[in-house]
Design a protein around this ligand. Sequence first.
Ligand code: F2R
Ligand code: MG
Ligand code: MG
Length: 355
Amino acid sequence: MVVPIIETAVLANKFRGCMLGSLLGDCLGSPFEAESGPVAKTILQKYFDKMEDPTFKSPVKRYTDDTAMTKSVAASLAQHGAFNEKDMAKRFATEYFQEPRRGYGEAVTRVFRKWRESKMEDVWKPAREQFDGQGSAGNGSGMRIAPVGLFCYRDTDLLVETAAKVGKLTHTHRLGYHGGILQALAVQLCVVQDSKAVVDTKRFCDDLIEKMSKLEPKDEDELNSFEQEPKSYQIQLKLMQKLLQKKDVDNDEVVEVLGNNVLSIYSIPTAIYCYLRAQQPIEFIKTDNIFRRVIQYAISLGGDTDTIASMAGALAGAHLGADSINANILKHCEGVDMAVSLADELLDAVNSPPA
Ligand code: F2R
Ligand code: MG
Ligand code: MG
């Protein structure tokens, strides 16, 4: 991919947009996480209208594990100027033991405990032992990966390598860490996308399909070798392209085709779809603000709402920049200053790599 030269101010706006998008999706989506069935569209419309109303007051919406882990990835990359497995693992564990009630996945906390018990002797081992040696295929790999897409936006090979390592610290199932790579690649595409230009959704998907084809097994048998989840990201991306071409796709169909649960394969392509679909008006979402539309649409699908909205929000923010976010919404979310600082620190690290 030929990376265009992006003005520093534009890039800073995109980095902040991405980190804020990830945070806002998490904070605004978490009250609806795991609700059975899709979220009522009228309730959601009122929820967002109120958040945008400058006179509306409500307790600050707390972020969850998605942001706690994103924070660690960003801080570690910014401080070391490169991936450092022990430092990142330590940050994940420290965050968890300080605030265990941020809604972490059930299995991933075993990794944190094993790191602590073994004093980080082998940081890779606990993840390999998850799910009887299968490894986790949860979307924890994708929910925290946005900083890698930012940090490596100029170098696709480094991005793939770094996202794989960040993922494999906790998620060694192919569909787990490949999902993280896919989301990081999508963030990269959004960073280099002109914020004023209309997104070519077909090209966006084709680009991701081509990159994933270099990583995913070629052999059908190997693709189907996992007992439970035989799909590939290339298949999901092709299904997404079909959905994007169709008129009047309702939420049930999106969930049926792409999924909305905690597994990477059934949520990371869904988040990318939400970002792409919401570039155009959506009948039940009354707003002209594309950033809001992406997050509101992602939450409307139900299921793993904090994580799908967080990943979709990271893409929207990386594309449109922090300027596109309504300042009143920001006031309702915990961690806004932290997200902005981390975005700035990441950009400094990108601009001044270690000698
Ligand atoms: N945990 C949650 N939500 C639960 C409800 C939270 C509630 N609001 C509260 O506060 O109490 N959300 C968070 O978890 C997801 C990310 O999870 P992660 O980091 O991937 O963790 P884990 O434990 O590795 O995987 C999650 C689940 O996926 C299934 N799974 C994974 N690999 C599997 C495999 N190989 N075979 C079968 N199942 C597998 C398991 O059910 C895991 O528990 C995000 O939604 C985040 O927001
Ligand atoms: Mg969460
Ligand atoms: Mg979640």
